[in-house]
Design a protein. Structure first.
Length: 238
């Protein structure tokens, strides 16, 4: 990394806390801001979240990396724009996302697509699969623990849970991921760090600063950014 990297966990339709976190981070020219996906669904304003991200991306002296989460993947599938499990989108928080664009879920995919600004659709279609920097690999959900990176498939990168969470993996990097919410950051070094701290469920939005290993967090309904060291949670590689 030429500068620092800030990895940000699942936002899920909560633009106020996202704005507070981005405003409070000590971002400097040359830094990278990497989101691990799930910007939309469940929370009250998915449209507002993407508006915030598009506005933030106008800053050109830092690098912006936006990964695809399973919720964006379901949304794109519902709209007929690739992705998987589109028929499950509404039952997994898509209703809230659709309403944020001013339409009802029963209106159908064509009406939803027509209500979404072209810049939002382009943003969703342009989301990346992974990001790698200095021994850290960023994905949405995790990796299949027994497969090399070249053998990984999108189903695992976007959806995997228990198999990844409970077993050592063979990749050389430490995996930073979201997807599985918990009250505290999950630290299991050198294998994984989980940064979905359940904002939409009343928890907080987390940014992990690297290489300093510092956490920056905004609680649900708060504008205050709290900073603390990443807890230890280290074990030897198998």
């Amino acid at each position: 990394m030429s500068g620092r990297l800030f990895a940000i966990g699942d936002v899920h339709g909560c633009p106020g806390e996202l704005e507070a976190l981005l405003s409070g981070l000590p971002i400097a020219p040359g830094d990278t801001i990497c989101f691990v996906g799930d910007y939309i669904d469940r929370g009250p304003d998915s449209k507002g979240v993407i508006d915030v991200l598009l506005a933030a991306r106008r800053r050109e002296d830092v690098r912006w990396v936006f990964l695809r989460g399973n919720h964006e993947d379901m949304c794109l599938a519902y709209l007929g724009r690739g992705g998987h499990w589109g028929d499950a989108w509404m039952a997994n928080g898509g209703v809230a996302a659709v309403r944020s664009y001013g339409v009802e879920a029963r209106s159908g995919p064509k009406a939803v697509e027509a209500a979404m600004p072209p810049a939002h659709l382009a943003f969703l279609e342009g989301l990346e699969r992974t990001h790698v920097a200095d021994g850290w690999r960023f994905v949405h959900a995790g990796v299949h623990p027994e497969r090399t990176w070249e053998e990984q498939d999108d189903e695992d990168l976007l959806w995997i849970r228990e198999e990844f969470l409970t077993r050592p993996h063979v990749l050389p990097e430490t995996v930073v991921f979201g997807h599985t919410p918990s009250r505290e950051v999950l630290v299991d070094l050198p294998y994984r760090v989980g940064i979905d701290t359940g904002l939409v469920y009343g928890g907080c939005l987390t940014a992990l600063e690297l290489p300093a290993r510092v956490l920056h967090q905004v609680g649900k309904g708060s504008r205050e950014v709290r900073t603390r060291p990443l807890p230890e949670g280290r074990r030897r590689r198998a």
